[in-house]
Design a protein around this ligand. Structure first.
Ligand code: AMP
Ligand code: MG
Length: 418
């Protein structure tokens, strides 16, 4: 059923809401549970399969946080004054085994163990050196500048939970507890194809009626991450046999197949015909703009995503449907929060209720330091430049209609995605 909306756009009823499409997709995929051991040097970006428990305390010994003098706090008078004999020196990496009595202190470097019963370190900048003694005139609290054993991590503590996509500080933290190898999920195998007789490889002259393949490149770029192995299926012609052969082969080795093009209602939608024959694939009309047509199902052992052909629609459907599914399959359960926040729209935005709209936009801060957002202009789903110039999506929800300049809208910065 179609009705003509006041502003001339066609509004279609019977579209599947975005949320419903996403939950159906997520319900249809499950985590790949196989794992492998990798050295810590290659662990960043991989998904931790087994939680890591620390075998040691960090720091492993009570040590000095500064270069200075370790002493008995009881030797400092109420007014902050003290005069103490420098008995010896302790360097980082050594365990000082002598004893420091009352009225004495120990020259100590940052990181060197503070021997008991010394309890406080005064910074070298706070003392004067006189005849082998330090003269202090500075109120110090007992315990100052001492880093206690286990204050960062305690032996037996879980330092990293399974399901976490490891970040650079995570890798450093694992090293700090002495771990040199981790058990991570095996990489997800994702096959990528472009379809269409008009689609050509860049780097060669463009034949009449042709265009260069951008979809496979943007998709493979988006999939270039340590936890994914890409299988490049190339450009497939508009031929049911060719598509069937390629998809069926991929269905035997890949976890996921992503194709673009051929899922709309055009005359040459061979992908559709091939998919009808090769697996359980449904064709959905999802209430999202851009990216309404979407094919989803299974071919062999692989989850199949047939994305639209238009280059912006490909990217939007990838980030809004495929990526959440990949994350579920990768077993990511503990990931840094991806912010969606509010920014003030600098312009009026037209929108029809009844579908989620994803516009390409630039966020910046206004003169008061508030977030503002403007679109990158014309939003044709074939215009990849509108997305390349953008740094964020504006997400307008299903039911909203127009947005007036000055209103707050949801934005998702690309930095959280790319
Ligand atoms: P389709 O759904 O196959 O009719 O494709 C929709 C539009 O996207 C058409 O204008 C196609 O030429 C274009 N298109 C399809 N595949 C690609 C691709 N790999 N790279 C760039 N544009 C494409
Ligand atoms: Mg096509």
């Amino acid at each position: 059923m179609r009705s003509q909306a006041a502003n001339g756009d066609i509004f279609e009823s019977g579209l599947m809401p975005y949320d419903e499409a996403l939950s159906r997709i997520l319900a249809g995929v499950s985590p790949v549970l196989e794992s492998e051991r990798v050295p810590l040097e290659r662990a960043c970006g991989r998904i931790l399969h087994t939680s890591v428990v620390s075998a040691i305390n960090v720091p492993a010994h009570t040590n000095s946080g500064v270069d200075g003098y370790a002493l008995h706090a009881a030797d400092i008078a109420e007014d902050g004054s003290a005069r103490l004999v420098i008995k010896d020196t302790a360097l980082a990496g050594e365990k000082y085994s002598g004893t420091i009595g009352r009225g004495e202190c120990l020259r100590i470097m940052t990181g060197a163990a503070v021997p008991e019963p010394l309890d406080t370190v005064v910074m070298q900048e706070h003392v004067e050196l006189v005849d082998g003694c330090i003269k202090l005139n500075y109120r110090y609290k007992a315990g100052k500048n001492v880093r206690h054993v286990g204050e960062d991590i305690k032996a037996g503590e879980t330092v990293m939970a399974a399901g976490r996509r490891l970040t650079p500080p995570d890798v450093g933290l694992l090293a700090s507890v002495g771990v040199c190898e981790v058990e991570v999920r095996r990489r997800l195998k994702v096959a990528v194809a472009s379809t269409g007789n008009e689609v050509n490889l860049p780097g060669r002259p463009l034949p009449a009626g042709g265009l260069y393949d951008s979809n496979r490149y943007s998709l493979m770029a988006a999939l270039s991450r340590p936890d994914i192995e890409i299988i490049d299926l190339g450009i497939l012609p508009d031929s049911v046999d060719a598509l069937l052969k390629s998809f069926n082969e991929a269905g035997e080795c890949a976890d996921v197949i992503i194709s673009s093009g051929g899922v709309s209602v055009g005359e040459a939608d061979f992908t559709k015909m091939a998919l009808r024959q090769s697996g359980q694939v449904d064709f959905w009309r999802v209430a999202i703009k851009p990216g309404r047509p979407l094919a989803y199902g299974r071919i062999g052992a692989a989850a199949f995503f047939g994305l639209p052909g238009n280059p912006v629609a490909v990217m939007v459907t990838f980030y809004f449907f495929v990526l959440p599914a990949l994350e579920k399959m990768l077993g990511i359960t503990d990931k840094p929060i991806i912010p969606t926040f509010k920014a003030r729209s600098s312009e009026d935005l037209r929108k029809l209720p009844g579908r989620t709209e994803v516009q390409r936009a630039i966020i910046s801060r206004d003169e008061n330091g508030e977030w503002q957002v403007r679109t990158t202009g014309r939003q044709g789903s074939g215009m990849l430049s509108s997305m390349s110039r953008a740094n964020a999506f504006i997400i307008l929800d299903h039911d909203s209609d127009r947005v007036s300049a000055g209103e707050w809208v949801d934005v998702k910065p690309f930095s959280a995605l790319f």
